[in-house]
Design a protein around this ligand. Structure first.
Ligand SMILES: Nc1nc2c(ncn2[C@@H]2O[C@H](COP(=O)(O)OP(=O)(O)O)[C@@H](O)[C@H]2O)c(=O)[nH]1
Ligand SMILES: [Mg+2]
Length: 284
């Protein structure tokens, strides 16, 4: 990644998030086709919450995206989330960098918008699509709980189903009371991904946002914010790794934890102790 890094920064990274079954893979496949038609090289990364060994969801995604898988201008990579400490977000961003360096100018990242990991992933994208579908009552609820802020474009997919208009109105109402720091008013587009309807409108909304970012000089501040997070994340990880790789570290952690469990010390004290072991070594 160090040697690749100077070659990165050229791709348009698009995050797509939404509940399982909302049609993310279907939309990604259609968007990929749309971009391929204008000769862009498309990288696709699917972050799936189920392990490839138990759920088979990854194979499912690959099969569903089959129309793309024989095309040289498309690369599909699935990432399994195996519950490691924020590792998936880092690994996903790394995968985006590799595709970027390899000349994929458009990268679509599909994540299930649930955990912090997924939110971290979409925060690293230049533009984020939030998928909603009619008939999932708590979706709008979920948006209030945080996904609202990450959406630059809201996609009401499965607009062939009744109540799509209502979802659109609800999202619109919610958006009208939120006010974004950057002044962008998120677009709402209706799609029927399974029939390829609304895809051009969706791509146009993405373009609109990117133009807005460009014309309001938002790109650099946003990039800096993204990279601040990333540097912190890598540093945090490195510190933990350093502490836990010291000889006897796991034993020391175990006995600290036992003392916390016995109410001998509190967890904050224990954490400080753990950090001190690192400070001591650095002085040596
Ligand atoms: N009725 C309808 N079904 C759709 C639409 N888009 C996707 N689907 C179906 O919804 C199911 C889940 O789609 P998928 O793309 O796998 O969702 P994901 O879990 O969010 O990636 C599949 O059976 C799709 O064919 C749509 O616009 N309308
Ligand atoms: Mg999917």
């Amino acid at each position: 990644l160090r040697s690749l890094y100077p070659r990165t920064g050229k791709s348009l990274n698009i995050g797509i998030t939404g509940a399982p079954g909302s049609g993310k893979s279907t939309l990604v496949d259609r968007l990929a086709t749309h971009y391929r038609d204008s000769n862009r090289r498309v990288g696709i990364i699917a972050v799936d919450p189920t392990s490839p060994y138990s759920g088979g969801a990854i194979l499912g995604d690959r099969i569903r995206m089959k129309s793309r898988s024989t095309d040289e201008g498309t690369f599909i990579r699935s990432m399994a989330t195996r519950g490691n400490l924020g590792g998936i977000a880092r690994a996903t961003v790394d995968a985006m960098l590799v595709l970027d360096a390899a000349g994929f100018d458009t990268i679509l990242v599909e994540t299930v918008g649930v955990g912090q990991d997924e939110v971290d992933v979409v925060k690293a994208a230049a533009v984020t699509l939030v998928l909603l579908v009619p008939g999932m009552g708590d979706d709008v609820q979920t948006m209030k709980a945080g996904i609202m802020e990450v959406g630059d474009v809201f996609v009401v997919n499965k607009s062939d189903l009744p109540a799509a208009d209502r979802v659109e109105a609800e999202v619109g109402a919610l958006l009208s009371i939120s006010n974004r720091e950057d002044g962008w008013e998120p677009r709402i587009v209706k799609t029927i991904a399974s029939e390829g309807k609304g895809i051009a409108e969706c791509a146009a909304a993405i373009d609109d946002y990117m133009r807005y970012v460009q014309s309001h000089s938002l790109k650099r501040p946003r990039d800096i914010r993204i990279h601040e997070e990333r540097v912190l994340d890598i540093a945090r990880h490195a510190i933990l790794k350093e502490i836990l790789s010291q000889p006897g570290a796991s034993g020391a952690l175990r006995s600290l934890a036992a003392r916390v469990a016995d109410r001998e010390i509190d967890p904050y004290e224990a954490a400080e102790e753990l950090l001190r072991s690192r400070g001591a070594r650095n002085k040596e």
